[in-house]
Ligand binder design. Structure first.
Ligand SMILES: C[S@@+](CC[C@H](N)C(=O)[O-])C[C@H]1O[C@@H](n2cnc3c(N)ncnc32)[C@H](O)[C@@H]1O
Length: 271
């Protein structure tokens, strides 16, 4: 598993990243255009659709959702109280329900939502299959789940950094997780910010599936690997610190690279 693909490491990563997330990080990697493209797969055709946004963070994706769904029908779930606190300050999201919780063990009833959305969170989940099965469980039959996440970069430096930092699943992994969880009618769309010019590899994937019948997912899984509230032994604490520092450094390195590419793209448009 990657350095920040752990619950405690992701928790602390966002404890700090949250401070600059909306201003300096998110606009580089997850743009309004990408969000519109991804949310199209959710088929938000009525404002009354009960919708959960998992790994909702500071609410950038939720802001797209509440343009189509009444905010009272939207639940924002995240394991980071720091990220959710920032969402709470945003006027369009004031009426959304906010819930601390784990994508791999959703504190939500079976068959209780019409739509499930999760954007930019799958890459931090230690067991994506478990979380995809949870998405299936909480949806009503006919409900749609949309996941958005990165794809492996082709560039050698970015590929090395990505392998240290967090999970960059292959398109076939996403498809396999949804199919194993029981989703049908699987559809996909590639998403990318304007600065992404690498024709060798698409940047990110939005993938959606429909739940065909009621109840939990048919996939059988072993006992969960991690819990956020697990006590830390001294050995674990040391491993945590090493992973957290090295993983954060690898993640941080993406920001200046993306900023430089975004600047090049902007200057290219002007000339
Ligand atoms: C890149 S942010 C995406 C935030 C948001 N979806 C957006 O559109 O800006 C990833 C979010 O996933 C959350 N996260 C990571 N692992 C999680 C888990 N196991 N359960 C719930 N949330 C998780 C993080 O706390 C963080 O807020």
């Amino acid at each position: 598993m990657r350095l920040i693909q752990h619950k405690k490491e992701a928790y602390w990563f966002y404890r700090f990243l949250s401070i600059t997330y909306d201003r300096w990080v998110n606009p580089l990697f997850w743009t309004p255009q990408m969000r519109s493209q991804a949310l199209r797969l959710a088929r938000f055709d009525q404002p009354s659709l009960a919708t959960v946004d998992v790994g909702a963070g500071t609410g950038f994706t939720t802001e797209g959702i509440v343009r189509q769904v009444a905010p009272e029908n939207v639940t924002m779930l995240d394991q980071s109280p720091h990220q959710l606190a920032r969402a709470a300050a945003k006027p369009p999201l004031r009426s959304c329900r906010r819930l601390e919780g784990d994508a791999e063990a959703l504190p939500l009833e079976t068959d209780s939502f019409d739509r499930y959305v999760s954007a930019g969170s799958i890459e931090y989940w230690p067991e994506p299959q478990r979380a995809v099965a949870e998405a299936y469980r909480v949806l009503r039959p006919g409900g749609v789940a949309v996941f958005v996440g990165p794809l492996p970069p082709a560039n050698r430096i970015l590929s090395w950094l990505s392998k240290q930092w967090m999970l960059f699943p292959r398109e076939s992994d996403y498809r396999a997780w949804l199919a194993a969880a029981g989703f049908t009618e699987i559809v996909t769309a590639y998403v990318a910010p304007g600065w992404h010019r690498d024709r060798r590899s698409p940047y990110g994937l939005a993938i959606a599936g429909t739940k065909p019948s009621p109840g939990p997912s048919p996939v059988r899984l072993p006992a969960p690997r991690e819990r956020l509230d697990e006590p830390m032994t001294p050995g674990r604490r040391l491993r945590f610190a090493a992973r957290f520092l090295a993983g954060s450094a690898a993640g941080a390195a993406f920001v200046p690279i993306a900023a430089a590419l975004a600047l090049r793209e902007r200057l290219g448009r002007r000339s």
